[in-house]
Design a protein around this ligand. Structure first.
Ligand SMILES: Cc1cc2nc3c(=O)[nH]c(=O)nc-3n(C[C@H](O)[C@H](O)[C@H](O)COP(=O)(O)OP(=O)(O)OC[C@H]3O[C@@H](n4cnc5c(N)ncnc54)[C@H](O)[C@@H]3O)c2cc1C
Length: 383
């Protein structure tokens, strides 16, 4: 087990702080929220159980324009203009209308953190009562609280549904040394009955993994097998649960962003750009509150509507996620070939990117244009 950078023993002194905004979780969603609050004058406190950038939980693939528009190209590793899909009966290559890139998690988190000015403390968050968040270093109270803690949705009210009953997928990958120039996906029942395998090259390492849409299906053995089939060492494991259903983005006065709100896209399990996107949206609403343009209740209602406005896209992808595994492998091959027609690829991947478009990153307090309000309305309209 790797030793994570965190505070241990005597370093875990009691934490007693007041904050205007308490951001719980310091990964993609939490850091994006903090970025949007920079310079607002609000006392923003971010809490995570580890140092920022310490615990990578993904293959770190994202549409390149998200990196570019957020000023995060310093974390960039490799860019892919094509997507390669393997099934037992065919291999197809889709020429994408936009590129996809891999990045270094620690570097990206560091760069994003520099764009914000939140105070940061390490603590394990255990739960919440009203406006008070309970941590292993004491209780923290704030009028504005965000849960960016990932799939567990720790600050939600009521019973928290746990796997395997929750609408969660399972993902596991290994990070062997190696190189490649193709972004590859396997839709192959011999690896996983419902789900897919992947290999994402990232500089000097490959990120090879298997995700199962059925949480009862264990993915360690197929992950090892896929790595071995690619002549890569099954080393440096990392995995997590991945939500595949949208959940309410506000609850009992708390804002939820990223995996805690089910913002990871079904079918593809792409959850980084959406965590950034909804994080930015949440941060812009919170900024309006701390700068006196809106009440907390108005911001809660607006952010809730913004997230729910994407339900059609999320539900459509969930239907596809349920449909694809039912297609017979022999029918899948000609289907994927037919869908490889350039016009269809441009149309479908264009719509897919639209769900959380990189232009959204150009708005808000960091942007050259103040798109925050206009974007919110147009994003709801187009979702
Ligand atoms: C194997 C795998 C590969 C993936 N690959 C990709 C990919 O290539 N591209 C993509 O777009 N998506 C990918 N995803 C999905 C993506 O990782 C998630 O959707 C994304 O990380 C969600 O970001 P988040 O900020 O909401 O939550 P997280 O990244 O899960 O961050 C939650 C933060 O909260 C902290 N935290 C959690 N519990 C506590 C606690 N009790 N107390 C204090 N702190 C706590 C954690 O330390 C962490 O920093 C992958 C997922 C998996 C499992």
């Amino acid at each position: 087990m790797p030793k994570r950078a965190t505070k241990r023993g005597a370093e875990r002194t009691p934490l007693s702080r007041d904050a205007d905004v308490l951001i719980c979780g310091g990964s993609f969603a939490g850091l994006a929220i903090a970025r949007e609050l920079a310079g607002s004058g609000a006392r923003v406190l971010m809490i995570d159980r580890y140092e920022v950038g310490e615990r990578q939980t993904s293959a770190c693939g994202i549409p390149t324009d998200w990196l570019r528009n957020l000023g995060l190209m310093g974390a960039h590793q490799q860019t892919f203009p094509e997507l390669t899909l393997h099934t037992p009966h065919t291999t197809v290559r889709y020429d994408l209308p936009w590129t996809f890139s891999t990045f270094d998690y620690r570097t990206l988190c560091g760069l994003l953190d520099e764009q914000g000015d939140a105070d940061f403390e390490i603590a394990k968050i255990d739960g919440r009562t009203g406006n008070t968040v309970h941590t292993d270093r004491g209780d923290l109270t704030a009028p504005l609280i965000v849960d960016a803690l990932g799939w567990r949705r720790i600050l939600g009210s009521g019973e928290n549904v746990q796997p395997p009953d929750a609408l969660l997928s399972r993902g596991l990958e290994v990070h062997p040394q190696g190189s490649g120039d193709e972004l590859e996906i396997w839709i192959d029942r011999s690896y996983v009955p419902a789900g897919y395998g992947w290999s994402f090259p990232a500089g000097e390492e490959l990120r090879v993994g298997v995700g199962s849409f059925d949480p009862r299906f264990h993915v360690k053995e197929p992950t090892v097998r896929l790595a071995e089939d690619l002549k890569a060492d099954p080393v440096r494991f990392q995995g997590n649960w991945i939500p595949h259903a949208l959940r309410p983005a506000t609850d009992d006065g708390v804002f939820f962003a990223g995996d805690s709100a089910g913002h990871c896209l079904p079918l593809t399990a792409e959850g980084i750009r959406t965590a950034l996107y909804f994080g930015l949206a949440c941060g812009r609403e919170l900024r309006d509150v701390v700068e006196g343009r809106r009440t907390r209740e108005e911001a809660l209602a607006r952010y809730h509507a913004f997230s729910a406005g994407h339900r059609f896209a999320f539900d459509s992808l969930l239907k596809l996620q349920r449909l694809v595994p039912r297609i017979h492998p022999r029918a899948l091959a000609p289907g994927l070939r037919a869908m490889g027609v350039k016009r269809f690829v441009d149309w479908s991947f264009g719509h897919y990117l639209q769900i959380a478009h990189p232009s959204y990153a150009l708005g808000g307090p960091h942007g050259s244009r103040d798109l925050a309000r206009g974007d919110l309305a147009s994003a709801i309209a187009t979702a």
